[in-house]
Design a protein around this ligand. Structure first.
Ligand SMILES: C[S@@+](CC[C@H](N)C(=O)[O-])C[C@H]1O[C@@H](n2cnc3c(N)ncnc32)[C@H](O)[C@@H]1O
Length: 438
């Protein structure tokens, strides 16, 4: 297979391993290839579409011979192409075991020892996703509303979704129809869907103004579907509600007698059941501490349960809107005297908020980029414990090495299945300062 071979290229590949993002990997004439929807132990016919540095990328078609014993029928008809999932064709236990193995391997690379591995925590495997950004694309007379295809980035032609909260999935087909009827159907790049416990919202991003007829159509849609419809003509501060229920979105955390309110574009942990497990574990792991700095606190998802359990909490977060919501949620749950929230860019050089200086424990829940370069400066001698919630095992493992170098032992670690059917790995790590070290 020449490096200049014309694409797409038909190949037959013996798959020998599975990549962390769910591609089956093998070799063709000495070149590494990765095929979506292929599993180790299988020989598959496939098409290569793209060259990447060090490998070629494509899609598997027919399986030659026996399929892998790990293979299961995908619940969704577009699973093979849709970038919303990557593992629907693999048994859940195998995926979760692979995620745990990936975490172990990354910690090994950084020579971080785990005292106790937690059993992987699983929840609902379908219908769990309460937040999603879907692309919108006009194709001739039709409008597609869907996730993007894994390889091409095109919007998937879908009318339902197995992983979305069923209330959101039920909006996909009617949204296609109503957006297709508007005068600016080709100028709507995306929609954001959000589900609270009692109501749902849609934010429609549009590149030019809707006509007054369009606004009537969308208003009727909002009323008929009982969904809050917001329009977003520019940046996030341009978001304004057009129609539908006015009550804010919200979710309960009954374990702590809490109710959170949020706006449709706010960060919210996508999987309610796993979020509850994660919050419970984090609070248990911080029992006995007195002052916790909750860094990257969002709207207080961890801060308020910690405060409810009697710990003084100071949350820090870059998003001003999220901090407003956190403060509102603290008041709304009668916890305003137990928590303090402030806005700071925690990646700003030398950012060590007062919340950190006063803390005897940290809770870190950063974006995929990890805790950032200030982490060593946060680990002052008074910090005894660090609970780290991560959505990226690569940065988690690198930060775990920073914590180890500062004298912390990784007492417990484990994966939480926040994103079943996808390659995303959510991790909880509990670090304790080793006496006499650091
Ligand atoms: C994974 S979310 C966690 C939010 C919250 N802990 C929760 O459970 O809902 C990461 C949070 O980090 C915030 N963030 C991103 N970059 C930041 C920065 N440079 N400084 C502070 N916070 C940041 C995001 O706004 C987001 O709320």
């Amino acid at each position: 297979m020449s490096g200049r071979a014309k694409l797409p290229l038909a190949v037959t590949v013996e798959i020998t391993s599975l990549t962390a993002d769910g591609f089956g990997e093998g070799c063709v004439e000495g070149r590494r290839v990765r095929l979506r929807n292929a599993l180790p132990g299988e020989t598959v016919e496939g098409q290569l579409f793209k060259r990447r540095k060090g490998y070629w990328l494509g899609e598997a078609g027919r399986i030659v011979g026996a399929p892998s014993t790990a293979r299961v029928p995908a619940p969704c008809p577009v699973a093979a192409r849709c970038g919303g999932c990557g593992f629907q064709h693999v048994a859940d236990e195998q995926v979760l075991a692979a995620k745990a193995q990936e975490l172990r391997a990354l910690l090994d690379v950084h020579e971080v020892h785990v005292e106790r591995w937690l059993a992987p925590v699983a929840g609902p495997r379908l219908g769990y996703r309460r937040k999603a950004r879907l692309g919108v694309r006009r194709v001739g007379e039709k409008v597609f509303v869907g996730f993007r295809e894994a390889l091409s980035g095109r919007v998937v032609d879908m009318t339902d979704c197995a992983v979305l909260d069923p209330r959101l999935a039920a909006l996909v087909a009617p949204l296609r129809e109503v957006l297709g009827q508007t005068s600016i159907a080709g100028l709507i790049p995306q929609v954001e869907l959000a589900a609270g416990d009692r109501s749902c919202a849609i934010v429609i991003r549009h590149l030019t103004a809707f006509s007054s007829e369009d606004l009537v159509l969308l208003t009727n849609f909002a009323v008929a579907r009982n969904v809050a419809v917001y329009l977003q003509g520019g940046g996030e501060d341009s978001v304004a509600q057009l129609a539908g229920p006015r009550a804010p979105l919200g979710y309960a955390n009954p374990d702590f007698g809490l109710h959170f309110e949020f706006q449709p574009l706010d960060f919210v942990q996508v999987n309610a059941a796993i979020n509850r497990r994660l919050v419970r574990s984090a609070v248990m792991a911080l029992a006995g501490t007195r002052r916790v700095a909750d860094l990257f606190c969002g709207m207080g998802n961890f801060s308020l349960p910690l405060a409810r359990s009697g710990i003084a909490v100071a949350g820090v977060e870059a998003g001003g809107n999220a901090v407003d919501r956190a403060r509102h949620n603290a008041v709304h749950n009668a916890l305003a005297d137990k928590v303090d929230f402030s806005v700071a860019d925690l990646y700003e050089p030398d950012c060590v908020p007062a919340a950190v200086t006063a803390a005897d424990a940290l809770l870190l829940d950063p974006p995929r980029t990890g805790a950032g370069a200030n982490l060593p400066a946060w680990l002052h001698a008074g910090v005894e414990r660090v609970v780290y919630v991560s959505c990226n095992p690569v940065t988690f493992a690198a930060d775990a090495a920073v914590l180890a170098a500062a004298g912390f032992q990784l007492a417990q670690a484990g994966v939480y299945d926040m994103f079943p059917q996808t390659a995303h790995v959510e991790t909880l790590g509990v670090f304790r300062r080793v006496r006499g070290a650091g």
